[in-house]
Design a protein around this ligand. Structure first.
Ligand SMILES: [Zn+2]
Length: 303
């Protein structure tokens, strides 16, 4: 049976269909823009358009689709919450997708899907296949997190399990869409670091260029920005280890690609951890691409 998964991002919606009989080989991958600024109904229409495109190319209709979404379906109200694509909040998205697509739908938080996919099929299998506790971090335009224990994503009582990105890490920090200020996301996500550099210099550079300037040693504001990233990364990750002490941490997202996080960043974790400055947790980059929604589909099929 083919497995259908959709990753619903803030800028693009991607659908992948995998062949369950051929080691989860990707048969087709298509994407459309989210165009979130046009509102919630438009996003539902974009998803329908994408499913129609894939159905036509593949010559089959899905019986079930697993979605990786920002935020989560509130377990009490069955409406979306905590989405950084804020027009989705308060909407009964699962019901609306079932109506629009005419098939079964499973929704799961995208960072939880990421953590689950890497734990079951990705980087964790390479470094520690026996890992019981895995934490997945996405550091990109936002900061998300997912906790997997014994092969299952932990959603928790409110559906917010793993939502590390909205812990407050900086007193009097920047205000966040979540209503608080100084969240991890407002300090070490890409846009937050770029904004910090912009405030220092008046120069709107991308993080990639800020990093290059730091590495070249030519720009003290760039070095200050990268220093800020490393320091708060060390503080943030050390709290994760203190609370959960995971067997493996996987760091995804555009910011998570920065090699310094695995060298100097690792040293900063040692500075803050409650373990005599010794850290043995493998912290690794992800192995899989954008198929996280499909992993949720696989999980749902198994449940
Ligand atoms: Zn926040």
């Amino acid at each position: 049976m083919n497995l259908w998964g959709i990753d619903l991002g803030g800028t693009k919606i991607e659908c992948a269909v995998l062949d369950d009989q051929q080691n989860l080989k990707v048969i087709i991958r298509e994407r459309v823009p989210t165009e979130a600024d046009q509102g919630y109904e438009h996003i539902i229409n974009q998803i329908k358009k994408l499913v129609d495109i894939v159905s036509e190319k593949l010559g089959e209709k899905p019986s079930k689709i697993g979605f990786a979404t920002p935020g989560v379906l509130d377990p009490d109200t069955q409406t979306m919450k905590n989405c950084n694509t804020v027009c989705m909040n308060g909407k009964p998205m699962k019901t609306d997708l079932v109506t629009a697509l005419g098939c079964k739908v499973e929704l799961a938080n995208d960072a939880n899907c990421f953590a689950l996919a890497e734990a079951l099929m990705g980087a964790v299998q390479q470094v520690n296949p026996d890992a019981q506790v895995v934490f997945g971090v996405i550091m990109g335009t936002g900061v998300g997190g997912g906790l997997v224990v014994n092969g299952k994503a932990i959603y928790g009582k409110h559906g917010i399990g793993g939502e590390w990105g909205h812990n407050i890490i900086e007193e009097n920090g920047e205000s966040c869409y979540c209503g608080k200020s100084g969240c991890v996301e407002k300090v070490i996500a890409g846009p937050a670091l770029e904004k910090f550099y912009l405030k220092l210099t008046g120069n709107p550079l991308k993080l990639k260029e800020i990093l290059e300037r730091h590495l070249a040693g030519t720009d003290t504001a760039a070095s200050e920005t990268i220093e800020r990233m490393l320091e708060y990364y060390g503080r943030g990750i050390s709290t994760l280890i203190n609370v959960m002490d995971p067997d493996v941490i996987v760091i995804g997202g555009g910011v998570g690609n920065i090699d310094l996080l695995y060298t100097e960043g690792y040293e900063r974790i040692k500075k803050y951890i409650f373990n005599n400055r010794i850290v043995q947790t493998p912290i690794v980059k992800p192995l899989l691409g954008d198929s996280a929604g499909v992993s949720e589909q696989r999980c749902c099929n198994n449940c």
